[in-house]
Design a protein around this ligand. Structure first.
Ligand code: C2O
Ligand code: CU
Length: 466
């Protein structure tokens, strides 16, 4: 097992948590300026990296609101290409969803766009562009959005980790190979450098007996994280932002596909003294030590608290599974997938023709091209649905639905024992997952793989709710 260093990146400076910006429902919009910037990602002995950043920061500022407040952000585009901001996971009005050509025109270079909408749910969310996503996120554009509960969750401290993954050259510059066909047809643009809050991870100090809430966000283009916290034995208290009845993952490992979030409750054992190493072993051949948690200082308490408090649930509509309409979505394509043909813009093309068009993936036999398309499903407003997602490919896909939150019901026919609300669900290779939801938000909503290279090479569709 190796420590993931960037070119043996010892001596990197401390990873500082990004200071949150607390915003309230005032009349002034918060200014979010997307533009090229130079940032040091991997330590002073390497040069700075030319990135694209919000307000010059990697990641962008942590935006913090209280539940029920209004988000009010003015986005200024200082990039050399059009952009938008998508507020990932927020149940918002369609016009504010930030999908270019579908919910708004792209914000052209030099232009601005004002996003303003209420925040119905507390939780851990994030924001990112929805235009040229592979490149714009791959160059650094993303940030955490936190909506606080009305009553604070009883912990000693809160940590926020935006996990990201970069593909860097030896001089720390970003490799320009966006849109690479091998990435698109295989696992996506997996990088060679993992950062937490935009820096190479350095030791994080914890106090013995401390109770922590860790807000985890996977902001990587394609990398799946599977974090083993060793003795910390985390409790999952929220999935994709939404409070759940706290549960402990079977083998203690927390799995996060791209775009997914988890809020964890961590109790540092009061007698802990040795460092705790967090290991990511999702790709078994490439397991590595993500970060060391060093236990130091005066104990916070002498025995662990004996309650695992539950967050107050968000006002989510509960699907009526007895009356629910049923649909199935079949994911096909990719390397070793055996897909023979698919429709592109209404024309049935052979796999060879699809590859020539840069398309490798399909859902229900249709591959997507841009954000304009016929709906793959039409759902009746306020009706309940059970949707079976069948992954008939050799690759994992984090499937994300805009504008809604769904319940994960079963995996490979086995009913989940724990509660799980999500806006993105990770399907492992050849896995079938059933979700349940109420289609309560009118509009045309993207449903796509959040491996951004899969999305751009066809794994995208649209649900119409009307
Ligand atoms: Cu995180 Cu369609 O997006
Ligand atoms: Cu995918």
């Amino acid at each position: 097992m190796k420590r993931r260093h960037f070119l043996i990146g010892s001596g990197a400076t401390l990873a500082l948590a990004t200071l949150p910006v607390r915003l309230s429902a005032g009349n002034d919009a918060f200014r979010l300026h997307a533009a090229p910037a130079s940032r040091n990602l991997v330590g002073e002995q390497y040069g700075d990296t030319e990135v694209w950043a919000y307000n010059g920061r990697i990641p962008g500022p942590v935006l913090r609101y209280r539940q029920g407040e209004e988000l009010h952000v003015k986005v200024e585009n200082g990039l050399p290409q059009g952009t938008t901001v998508h507020w990932h996971g927020i149940r918002l009005p369609h016009a504010m969803d930030g999908v270019p050509h579908l919910t708004q025109p792209p914000i052209e270079p030099g232009d601005t766009f004002v996003y303003r909408f209420p925040l119905p749910d507390a939780g851990t969310y994030w924001y990112h562009p929805h235009a040229s996503s592979s490149e714009q996120l791959g160059r650094g554009l993303s940030g955490v959005l936190i909506v606080e509960e009305p009553d604070p969750y009883p912990v000693d401290r809160e940590l926020i980790w935006l996990l990201d993954d970069w593909r860097l050259n030896p001089d720390a510059s970003i490799r320009e190979d966006f849109g690479h066909r091998h990435d698109e047809s295989h696992a996506g643009r997996i990088g060679n450098t993992v950062t937490i809050n935009g820096r190479l991870p350095q030791d994080v100090e914890l106090r013995p007996g401390e109770r922590l809430r860790l807000r985890l966000v996977n902001g990587a283009n394609a990398r799946v994280f599977q974090l083993d916290f060793g003795d910390l034995a985390p409790w999952v208290i929220a999935t994709d932002g939404h409070p759940v009845q706290p549960w402990q993952p079977d083998d203690g490992r927390v799995v996060l596909g791209p775009s997914m979030r988890a809020d964890l409750l961590l109790d540092v054992p009061p007698n802990a003294r040795a460092p705790i190493t967090v290991v990511d072993d999702f790709y078994p051949q490439r397991a590595y030590e993500l970060v060391n948690l060093v236990v130091a200082g005066e104990p916070q308490r002498t025995s662990p608290p004996d309650d695992i408090p539950r967050l107050r649930p968000n006002p989510l509509p509960e699907p009526d599974l007895e009356q629910a309409g049923e649909h199935e979505i079949l994911l096909t394509g990719g390397a070793m997938g055996g897909m023979h043909e698919a429709y592109l813009d209404g024309v049935l093309l052979s796999m060879r023709e699809l590859v020539q068009a840069g398309k490798f993936w399909a859902m229900n036999g249709v591959t997507a091209h841009g954000h304009h398309m016929r709906p793959m499903l039409t759902l009746k407003l306020n009706a309940s649905y059970r949707i079976r997602l069948v992954n008939d490919t050799a690759w994992p896909h984090p499937m994300h639905l805009h504008g809604h939150t769904f319940r994960v019901l079963s995996r490979n026919g086995r009913v989940l024992e724990h509660e799980e609300w999500r806006d993105s669900v990770l399907l492992n290779a050849r896995e079938t997952v059933e979700i349940g939801l109420v289609a309560d938000n009118p509009g045309d909503w993207m449903f796509h793989c959040h491996v951004l290279e899969h999305q751009e090479s066809g794994m995208m569709g649209l649900f119409r709710v009307a």
